[in-house]
Design a protein around this ligand. Structure first.
Ligand code: GLA
Length: 519
């Protein structure tokens, strides 16, 4: 055959393959076997819709529902990414696949950062997951929830009066940052004892909050049971209460929690009653898989539904919304009954993560006040990923932000230094100031920032933060604070008064802080 003809023939064959494959991909695909472990991030159902050699669609796991983006098809080979529709600037999962005789083999090759993603990729992000095989179960290209995942209409949104709780930002301990999925009844009891013996309780840390992975199955009446790690929740609550502490628990408005455990979806009233019967004092309610059943616009209503269920029990239960700052929560968090709401993605035990969550809060102060607080996530102090200057920055910044102080370390392994940071009463007094006004950035010069928080006694808390990796000289002039020329000044980390007429200049360590109270 003439060479040009051969090229043309190959090209047209390729074109045939290209034009035939899209139809073969269109539709709903399901894995042969569900994942061994609930909460697996690998989706089980994929809906593809092709346009020529490109496609879009939806990937559904027990955990969430993601948009398929950048789908390209070349012969039997396809590649695409999946993206959380609520956090388009987060991590994307990368898939590659092959279509062969009606079987689609997919490999999730790793994660990539979307433009704007601020962190280094988490460890193991590039690690491929084992291949999964899928069959096309229908040619339908529209995404439908299974009948069990449709919800009855949500009550229309109304504005709830305050529940009278959390008049200052909640303080306590939460299991997630250190214990994650391993937390057990024994850990919670030990922590309760240690909150007392270390002086943390007396410094204000009273909530002992069990995060995700306590959940078991529902019984035949639909009542949620704890799993084997928590043999008797009522007894645990009694144990915690006997030490002058309060017990918190965790669930999701969706069918699954973020770790893949049973959520409260369609069981809100029943779960609220169960919590009240156990003696629960605090609920963290985490969006997780709720995106499977609710649209983003329904988020406030889904949260209000649980607020109403909690209130109907008659037990005072602090209500913590966990939706990673999505959907302008400042505007509706308090009205749906939230005492606090997350304004950020998950913190990790690194300076960059902590700094992004904390310094990123500037401008949110209007939403915070007694009974309703912005929550830039829990504390990492003492978990080992930051040095003492960085942890002092973490504590100071959270105090200036009127943020909840939920320690997340292993109290059994707490060093004297960590304990001193967490129990610094001068700093805690800033956090717990009864005026309840959230601080804000007063000045920024390069990597140096001065933050202030007005306090009830007409004093002001001032943080001199150096975000650089080398020490920096910083100056604050009292006039800028409207506190005259010779205010009474106290250094809240050195625990001593400062004599500094006119202004104060000091060297602030790398990633460090100087925190003052000025009156
Ligand atoms: C989400 C939350 C975390 C933690 C985990 C538990 O990621 O933001 O704070 O509760 O779920 O699975």
């Amino acid at each position: 055959m003439h060479k040009a003809l051969l090229v043309a023939a190959v090209a047209s064959l390729t074109l045939v393959a290209w034009t035939q494959s899209p139809a073969a991909l269109d539709g709903t695909w399901q894995r042969f076997q569900p994942p061994a472990r609930p909460g697996s991030l690998i989706a089980e159902t994929f809906v593809f819709e092709t346009q020529g050699s490109h496609f879009t669609g939806t990937a559904v796991s027990p955990y969430d529902r993601r948009d398929i983006v950048e789908g390209t098809l070349a012969g039997a080979k396809l590649s695409f990414r999946t993206r959380n529709p609520f956090s388009p600037d987060a991590l994307l999962q990368v898939y590659q696949g092959t279509l062969d005789h009606g079987i689609l083999t997919l490999v999730r090759t790793g994660l990539v950062a979307a433009p704007g993603y601020p962190y280094a990729l988490p460890p193991g992000a590039g690690h491929p997951a084992p291949p999964v095989q899928l069959r096309r179960i229908s040619a339908d290209t529209s995404f439908h929830l299974p009948p069990s995942l449709t919800h009855p209409p949500l009550p229309p949104l109304r504005s709830l009066p305050p529940n009278g709780l959390a008049m200052t930002p909640p303080m306590g301990w939460n299991s997630w940052n250190k214990f994650a999925g391993k937390v057990s009844d024994a850990d919670v009891r030990r922590t309760a004892d240690l909150l007392v013996s270390t002086g943390m309780r007396d410094a204000g840390y009273v909530y002992v909050n069990i995060d995700d992975t306590w959940e078991g199955q529902r019984d035949s009446q639909g009542n949620i049971q704890p799993n084997a790690k928590f043999p008797d929740m009522k007894a645990l609550a009694d144990y915690v209460h006997a030490r002058g502490l309060k017990l918190g628990i965790y669930s999701s408005p969706g069918p699954r929690t973020c770790a893949g455990y049973e959520g409260s979806y369609n069981h809100e009233t029943q779960d609220a009653r169960t919590y009240a019967a156990w003696g629960i004092d605090y609920l963290k309610y985490d969006w997780c898989s709720a995106g499977l059943v609710y649209t983003a616009q329904e988020m406030p209503q889904a949260y209000e539904k649980m607020a109403l269920a909690l209130r109907a029990t008659g037990r005072p239960i602090v209500y913590s919304l966990c939706q990673y700052g999505e959907l302008n929560v400042d505007a509706w968090g308090a009205e749906v009954g939230g005492n606090l709401w997350r304004t950020t993605g998950d913190i990790s035990d690194h300076y960059d993560s902590m700094a992004r969550n904390g310094f990123g809060q500037n401008g949110r102060q209007a939403a915070a006040g007694p009974g309703h607080w912005n929550d830039p996530d829990m504390l990492e102090i003492g978990n080992g990923g930051m040095n003492a200057d960085e942890y002092r920055t973490h504590m100071s910044l959270w105090a200036l932000l009127a943020a909840p102080l939920l320690a997340g370390n292993d109290l059994a392994a707490m060093t004297p230094e960590t304990r001193a940071i967490l129990t610094n009463r001068d700093v805690i007094a800033v956090d717990q100031d009864p005026l309840g006004r959230q601080g804000y950035r007063l000045q920024q010069q390069g990597q140096q920032e001065i933050w202030v928080r007005p306090l009830h006694d007409s004093a002001v808390a001032v943080g001199l933060f150096n975000r650089a990796t080398v020490p920096a000289s910083m100056t604050i002039t009292w006039k800028e604070l409207g506190k005259g020329n010779e205010p009474v000044v106290r250094d809240l980390w050195l625990h001593r008064p400062l004599q500094a007429p006119g202004s104060f200049t000091a060297t602030v360590p790398a990633h460090g802080v100087i925190l003052l109270r000025v009156r």
